[in-house]
Structure formats: structure tokens, C-alpha cells
Design a protein around this ligand. Structure first.
Ligand SMILES: CNc1ncnc2c1ncn2[C@@H]1O[C@H](COP(=O)(O)OP(=O)(O)OP(=O)(O)O)[C@@H](O)[C@H]1O
Length: 160
């Protein structure tokens, strides 16, 4: 059996009072969509180190105490690569929010998250993440706008 290639990605959310920091992606994969901050894990770093680095690169904040809340696998019809996205959240950060070449950041009230301008999977798992519940999920996309099937479940713990 051929091994299915998995691409490990991070996705981090920063919370402050009743707000969450999102960024509008200015280029590349998911351009135009609002999302958390994240990207590919480099060869020489852990997943959580990558999450910290991507937040700093994309919105200027230095985050600590990232908690892993979810692991989501995304598959796209016709593409053998599975995106293995590790979702983190924290309330601890220093620095000032700054726009980067990749992201235009903005604080949103948690009940005013702009799901219509986000990935279609987000409304399914955001409630778990916003409640600090741990979860595993899978989404099969056709193109970038249509979910063909998915599952999501709350879990006690997540592996690395
Ligand atoms: C399909 N449904 C999805 N729903 C929600 N979020 C999704 C997602 N699919 C990918 N993501 C996130 O989108 C970012 C892409 O990052 P991406 O630009 O590819 O990585 P990175 O910044 O390393 O790329 P550069 O090579 O620097 O352009 C990264 O946070 C990743 O977790």
C-alpha cells in the first residue's frame, strides 16, 4: 500500500476577553479568507514551535502557553496530500498586533466571527475551540468551497 502523504500545518488562535484575533490571508492558500495564524512545520522544529513562529511572522505577537485543542485532517478530491492541521489557542501574548505580508489581523468578538468569509469547515469546529474542548475532525472537500463529508468528535486527549 502506498503511504498517504500528510502535510503538517499549524493554526493558532489568540483570545483576549470576549475577543479572538483573526487574520485575512493576503496571498497563497486560502487567500481572502479570515482564519487563525499558521502554516507549514519546518523540518527542524516541533509543531508547537512552528505555531509560535507562524504567529510571530504573521501578526507580530509572541505567544506562550499554546494549548493544543484540535487535530483536523483535510482531504481534497483528486489530491493525494492530506493536510494535517494542529489547532492551538492561548490567552498569553506580548507585543503589538501588526499587519504582515501574509495576514491582515483584526480582533473580533467571539459571537461576531465572520464565518461567511472563512473556510467552510470553520463553523463546524469553532464551537469546540471557542469552548476550549479538545476535538478530532475530518473534512473531505471538493474544490475549496464544498464539503462532501465530514466527522467531528470531542476527545479526552490529543496525541502530540
Ligand atoms: C481546508 N480547510 C482549512 N480550514 C481552516 N484552515 C485551513 C484549512 N486549510 C489550511 N488551513 C490553514 O491555512 C494556513 C495555510 O498556510 P500556508 O500559507 O499554506 O502555509 P505557510 O504560511 O507556511 O505558507 P508559505 O509557504 O509561507 O506561503 C495554515 O494556517 C493552515 O492551518
Amino acid at each position: 500500500m502506498a503511504k498517504i502523504p500528510k502535510k503538517v500545518l499549524t493554526l493558532a488562535f489568540i483570545r483576549r476577553d470576549d475577543q479572538i484575533l483573526l487574520g485575512r490571508k493576503k496571498r497563497g492558500f486560502g487567500e481572502g479568507k479570515w482564519n487563525g495564524f499558521g502554516g507549514k512545520v519546518d523540518l527542524d522544529e516541533t509543531i508547537s514551535d512552528a505555531a509560535v513562529r507562524e504567529v510571530r511572522e504573521e501578526c507580530g505577537l509572541l505567544v506562550t502557553n499554546l494549548k493544543k485543542l484540535g487535530v483536523i485532517d483535510f482531504e481534497f478530491v483528486g489530491d493525494p496530500v492530506i493536510l494535517n492541521v494542529h489547532v492551538f489557542s492561548t490567552v498569553d501574548f506580548t507585543g503589538n498586533v501588526t499587519e504582515s505580508e501574509e495576514m491582515s489581523p483584526q480582533w473580533y468578538k467571539v459571537h461576531e466571527v465572520p464565518f461567511e468569509k472563512m473556510w467552510k469547515d470553520d463553523p463546524h469546529w469553532f464551537p469546540y475551540m471557542l469552548d476550549n474542548k479538545k476535538f478530532n475532525a475530518y473534512f473531505l472537500f471538493e474544490g475549496h468551497e464544498k464539503i462532501i463529508s465530514h466527522w467531528i468528535k470531542e476527545v479526552e486527549s490529543l496525541d502530540e
